[in-house]
Design a protein around this ligand. Structure first.
Ligand SMILES: *Cc1c(COP(=O)(O)O)cnc(C)c1O
Length: 458
């Protein structure tokens, strides 16, 4: 935007500002036009790429998706925690448009541009810790995680990477190895990369009652020391709140203890904040909650308001320990994606989205806690900020009930509410609304979810 020009930062903008923030169904879900597109898809799109809800989207704004049949759906998934600033956020749309008209690519490794530098400045300012930082930009979360591991191995001159039960870090060969769950991510896609060691996570709902974060960290560390050897560990890689693995919030003290152990043993503490980052949990980053300062942080999803952009941000001396040309890629830090990231970050600041996430979290938390009190199918309610979930169990037991999660999601989808499931056992329904969602729309979505859960035991 030209210097001196003022523009209000609003939640929604672009061409789609007029979409009413309301659920409104005019056909069954999916409607006839979506069903026709789904038929057409089958003849050219690979079956291995699947869709949670085959409703074809025509446009979107804020927290509402409008499909090709004219239905308005409430988006409580935000494209898997990507659209934290909402669909078609004004600053994202305008900056993307302007950047696309100027130039779309040069390759930063050939001829650089200011947007990349600006994004790295923002990452230095926003990620945990006030130390000197450097960033490198990539295209996807998996690519950022791969590079964090490359950097950690390079600078420590060690090879072992420690990851956790229920972890999710991506689908490329190295990140499949880092990911815990076999189906659908790993089955028959091996062989997997070596020197990856998996240790127990702190999972309060499924750990022995009363196990503290410190005890869970000691359990993990004992395993590392016995099976890997502290001196071989390049990095400990952890999601501060696990995403695909089931929105597992480790007990307080778990992350600080791991981070301390890393510092004492010359290993890098790497926080994968790809799902938790950028205001989602009520802080700018989930590590901020316990004032944990990672050596390296990976970010992606909410960073760029829907455009593909990812980053590794870390201590200057670590990041600069890699020789020039050692990391990079053709598209990493694409100028249009950088423009989107700057629009997204401006919006997060202007609308104070960390505070919005805390408000959303208390609304959802209150509602789900009530639901847990009235439904024996709810085993656990957990999360932080606008990252909340219910873990469903067979009533009267702790046994995971994946079929119940499927039924709840299907009922929500049929009613026009997009929710996602997750968890190693497939029994967790998770909520990741855009942080600009208004309370009435959120309330409507939660009503639908609550009736779907109540129907399980009715
Ligand atoms: C989504 C995700 C990834 C992978 O990101 P992609 O952009 O899908 O490659 C890695 N780590 C975490 C925690 C994620 O949620």
């Amino acid at each position: 935007m030209p210097a001196g020009e003022e523009r209000d930062v609003t939640a929604t903008g672009g061409d789609e500002a007029a979409i009413a923030q309301q659920r409104r169904l005019v056909t069954e879900i999916p409607g006839p036009r979506s069903r026709a597109l789904e038929e057409r898809r089958r003849t050219t799109v690979a079956a291995g790429v699947s869709s949670t809800l085959p409703v074809y989207v025509e446009r979107a704004s804020g927290a509402v998706l409008v499909d090709v049949d004219g239905n308005s759906l409430i988006d409580l998934g935000a494209g898997i925690a990507v659209l934290s600033v909402g669909h078609a956020a004004g600053e994202v749309v305008e900056r993307v448009r302007a950047q696309a008209a100027r130039f779309t690519h040069t390759c930063f490794m050939v001829t650089p541009y200011e947007g990349y530098v600006e994004v790295c400045e923002e990452l230095a300012a926003l990620t945990p810790g006030s130390h000197e930082k450097r960033s490198a930009l990539f295209n996807s979360g998996a690519e950022a995680v791969e590079n964090a591991v490359k950097i950690a191995r390079h600078v420590t001159r060690r090879q072992a990477v420690v990851v956790f039960d229920h972890a999710y870090h991506g689908r490329t060969n190295l990140t499949m190895a880092l990911t815990a769950k076999n189906m659908p991510y790993k089955d028959r896609f091996g062989p997997f990369a070596p020197e990856v060691y998996r240790v127990p996570m702190s999972y309060p709902f499924r750990d022995p009652a009363g196990m503290t974060g410190a005890e869970a960290a000691a359990r993990a560390i004992d395993t590392v020391e016995a099976q890997v050897g502290a001196g071989n560990v390049a990095c400990v890689l952890v999601e501060p709140i696990q995403g695909e693995g089931g929105f597992v919030v480790p007990a307080p003290g778990f992350l600080p203890a791991l981070s301390r152990w890393c510092a004492e043993h010359g290993a890098l503490f790497v926080a994968d904040e790809i799902q938790t980052g950028f205001a989602r949990t009520g802080d700018w980053f989930a590590c901020d909650h316990e004032e944990v300062v990672p050596d390296l942080v990976t970010t992606a999803k909410a960073l760029a308001g829907g455009l593909p952009l990812a980053a590794v941000t870390g201590r200057a001396e670590v990041m600069d320990g890699v020789h020039p040309g050692g990391i990079g890629g053709t598209y990493g830090g694409n100028p249009v994606a950088c423009a989107a990231a700057l629009g997204s970050i401006v919006t997060m600041r202007a609308l104070d989205l960390p505070a919005a996430a805390r408000r959303i979290g208390s609304v959802i938390g209150e509602r789900l806690t009530k639901l847990a009190a009235s439904s024996a199918a709810v085993g656990d309610v957990r999360g932080r900020g606008a990252m909340q979930a219910v873990e469903l169990v067979r009533p009267g037991t702790g046994d995971p009930d994946a079929a119940a999660a499927k039924r709840v999601a299907a009922a929500c989808h049929a009613a026009g509410v997009v929710v996602l499931t997750c968890g190693t056992f497939g029994n967790v329904v998770r909520l990741l609304p855009p942080l600009v969602i208004d309370e009435a729309l959120l309330g409507d979505g939660l009503d639908v979810l609550a009736s779907a859960v109540e129907a399980l035991t009715a």
